[in-house]
Design a binder for this molecule. Structure first.
Ligand code: FAD
Length: 523
C-alpha cells in the first residue's frame, strides 16, 4: 500500500537522483538548513545499530572518539542479531589455515574482481583491494572484541554453487529472536555472537545507543561538509546533534520499502516480503539522507540471486517457532522440489520445480516474479508431508498460508485455484511418463505423483533479502559525490553503501564500518 509518507520518500529519491545527475556538489544539494542551536554534541554519530553501524561505532570508540548510535527501530542489532552467523572471510584467516585452505589477500582480490563472476565483476576494485588486505585480520579483530568462532567451517564450494568462499561460523550461548539450531558442541551458530559482544564492549566503554531515534537528515555546512544530523526522537520531537568528526550512515538498504526497492528492480513489489521484517525494517532513509547531502548512488545488480529468498507457509523470514515476529514456515529446500509442484493463482504450474544449487536461481525467480500478483502455492500430498515431517499447522505455518483438504478438488476450492485438479492430473501423467511436456522437469526429478490424500497447499512467498546497491564510497568509507570526491564528514557502510559484494552480508558491513569509524575518529 502506498502511504503518503512512503510516496514522499520515493519522490525525494527521484528528485535527489535528478538533481545529482546534473553534477551538483554537496554544498549545492544540502536541503536542510543548519539548526539555530544544537541539542547534543558528539565526535561521531552513527545512524543504525546493525553490524555496519556497530563496527563503525566500536572502531571510532577504540580510537578515542565519543560516539552516539541512533537506531530508528525498537530493536538493537539490525539483521545480524537474528541471522545465521555464517560469515565469508578469506585471504588466509586463522580458521582457513587450521582447515588447510590455502588463501592470500592477492588470491581473494583476484576472486572478488573476477570479470567472469556474475556478481563479483561489478565490485569496485579499490574497495575489494582494501577489503582483501583487511580480511584475515578481521577475524582477529572480531575475537579481540569478544566474538567466538565455532570449530566447524564450510569449505569453499560447499555452501552453494556460486560463492566459493570460506564460510566461518559464529558462536553464541543463546539464539535470541532469530532462533537457531543448537550446536553439538553447545551454544548456537548465530550473528548474535557478534552483535551481543559488540553491545557489551561498546556500552561497557561508555558508548551510547538510542533506540527509536531516527536520523532524518544530515546537516551540511556552506563548505559542503557534514557537521551533524537531524534526529527524530520517540515522541516525534527533533534533536539536532552536532558531530564534530563525522556521521556514519549505516541504516541498511531499502529492502523494506516497496516504493524504493522498485528502483532496484521494478518486480520487487509490495507483494514480496523483506527478510527480518518486522524485527528490522531498513527503509532507505539513510541512503536518501546521504543522497540529499550530495552522495552518489551506485546501482544494484537486479539479476543476481543474493537479492532474493523464498519461504513456504509464512509471510516472515528469519524467525523460529513461537516467535512474536512470525512463523518459520516449512523448510522445502531445493532437493525436495522433486516431490512438489508450484502453482499460481489460477492453479497452473509456471516453472520446472528444480533447484539443485539450493539458491533458487534466475529460472525460478524470473518465472515466480512474473506471476499475477506474485501469488504462489506449493502443492504436495500427505506422503510427502509425512516423509519430511512438514507440519502445515500453526505455529509452524501462519494462518491463511497453509491449507489441507481430503481431495484435490476440495483443495482447489479452498484455495481458489480453479485449474488445480487439471494441473495435478496432468503432472501425475508426466511422472508416469518420466517426461514433463510443459516445463521439462528432468526425469530424475519426476519421482513423486501427487496422489495420496489429504492434500496440502502452502503459500510460496518471495522475499527481498540483500540489496547490493547504495551510496558510493571510497576505501575510507567516505561517501562520494557526483564529482567522485569524498564528502567531508560523511561515511556509509554495510547495505547503505554500494560497490562491494563479497559472498554474504556481514563481511561487507564489518570492514567498511571499521574504515568509517577509524577514519572519522582521526578526522
Ligand atoms: C534472516 C537473515 C539471515 C541472514 N543470514 C546471514 C548470514 O548467515 N551471514 C551473513 O553474512 N549475512 C546474513 N544475512 C545478511 C546480513 O545480516 C546483512 O547483510 C547485514 O546484517 C546488514 O547489516 P547493515 O548494518 O548494513 O544493515 P541492517 O542490518 O539492515 O541494519 C540497519 C539498522 O539501521 C536502522 N536504521 C535504518 N535507517 C535508520 C535511520 N535513518 N536512523 C537510524 N537507524 C536507522 C535499522 O532499523 C537497522 O537496525 C542475513 C539477513 C537476514 C535478514
Amino acid at each position: 500500500m502506498t502511504t503518503r509518507r512512503s510516496f514522499l520518500a520515493a519522490s525525494t529519491a527521484a528528485a535527489a537522483g535528478a538533481f545529482i545527475s546534473k553534477g551538483a556538489s554537496a554544498a549545492d544539494v544540502a536541503t536542510t538548513q543548519l539548526p539555530a542551536k544544537w541539542d547534543a554534541e558528539t565526535d561521531v554519530l552513527v545512524a543504525g545499530s546493525g553490524i555496519a553501524g556497530m563496527s563503525a561505532a566500536i572502531s571510532a570508540l577504540d580510537k578515542g572518539a565519543k560516539v552516539l548510535v541512533m537506531e530508528k527501530g525498537k530493536n538493537y542489532g539490525g539483521c545480524a542479531i537474528i541471522n545465521g552467523g555464517i560469515i565469508a572471510l578469506g585471504g588466509g584467516t586463522r580458521t582457513q589455515k587450521e582447515h588447510g585452505v590455502e588463501d592470500s589477500p592477492e588470491k581473494l582480490y583476484k576472486k572478488l574482481t573476477n570479470p567472469a563472476h556474475h556478481e563479483y565483476r561489478k565490485n569496485t576494485p579499490e574497495l575489494v583491494k582494501k577489503y582483501s588486505e583487511w580480511c584475515p585480520g578481521t577475524q582477529v579483530w572480531l575475537e579481540e572484541h569478544g566474538v567466538k568462532f565455532l570449530p566447524t567451517f564450510t569449505r569453499p564450494g560447499k555452501y552453494d554453487s556460486q560463492h566459493h568462499e570460506s564460510y566461518h561460523h559464529i558462536w553464541w550461548k543463546d539464539s535470541g529472536e532469530g532462533g537457531r539450531k543448537p550446536q553439538p558442541t553447545g551454544g548456537f551458530m548465530t550473528g548474535r555472537g557478534i552483535m551481543m559482544p559488540y553491545y557489551e564492549y561498546f556500552t561497557g566503554k561508555g558508548g551510547q545507543i538510542f533506540l527509536e531515534h531516527k536520523v532524518l537528515d544530515v546537516y551540511v555546512n556552506d563548505q559542503g561538509a557534514v557537521i551533524g544530523a537531524k534526529v527524530q526522537k520517540p515522541d516525534g520531537s527533533i534533536m539536532n546533534v552536532k558531530a564534530n568528526k563525522g556521521v556514519v550512515l549505516a541504516g541498511g538498504s531499502w529492502k523494506a520499502n516497496p516504493e524504493l526497492r522498485r528502483l532496484t528492480d521494478p518486480r520487487f513489489t509490495e507483494n514480496m516480503i523483506s527478510t527480518g521484517y518486522p524485527f528490522v525494517a531498513p527503509d532507505g532513509s539513510a541512503i536518501l539522507a546521504g543522497m540529499r547531502a550530495g552522495g552518489m548512488y551506485v546501482g544494484d545488480r537486479c539479476e543476481d540471486t543474493p537479492h532474493l529468498r523464498r519461504k513456504f507457509g509464512t509471510a516472515h523470514y528469519g524467525f523460529p517457532k513461537g516467535s512474536k515476529y512470525g512463523a518459520p514456515g516449512l523448510g522445502i529446500s531445493g532437493p525436495r522440489w522433486a516431490e512438489v509442484i508450484f502453482t499460481n493463482k489460477s492453479g497452473d504450474r509456471f516453472v520446472k520445480e528444480l533447484d539443485k544449487a539450493n539458491l533458487g536461481g534466475y529460472t525460478f525467480y524470473d518465472a515466480a516474479l512474473a506471476q499475477p500478483e506474485q501469488f504462489l502455492w506449493t502443492v504436495f500430498d500427505d506422503a510427502t508431508a509425512k516423509k519430511y515431517h512438514w507440519d502445515t499447522k500453526a505455529p509452524t505455518c501462519e494462518e491463511g498460508y497453509a491449507f489441507t483438504a481430503p481431495t484435490i478438488a476440495e483443495l482447489a476450492k479452498l484455495t481458489n485455484q480453479p485449474n488445480l485438479e487439471q494441473t495435478v492430473a496432468r503432472y501425475n501423467g508426466f511422472v508416469d511418463a518420466k517426461k514433463d511436456d510443459d516445463f521439462d522437469k528432468p526425469a530424475e526429478s519426476l519421482t513423486k505423483k501427487i496422489e495420496q490424500g489429504p492434500f496440502h497447499a502452502v503459500r510460496l512467498v518471495l522475499c527481498v533479502h540483500n540489496l547490493t546497491g547504495g551510496l558510493a564510497i571510497n576505501d575510507n568509507a567516505q561517501v562520494l559525490g557526483q564529482d567522485m570526491k569524498p564528502i567531508k564528514g560523511l561515511y556509509a557502510a554495510g547495505e547503505t553503501a554500494g560497490g562491494l559484494y563479497v559472498g554474504n552480508g556481514m563481511p561487507r558491513a564489518i570492514m567498511p564500518g571499521r574504515w568509517a569509524g577509524e577514519h572519522a575518529a582521526a578526522n
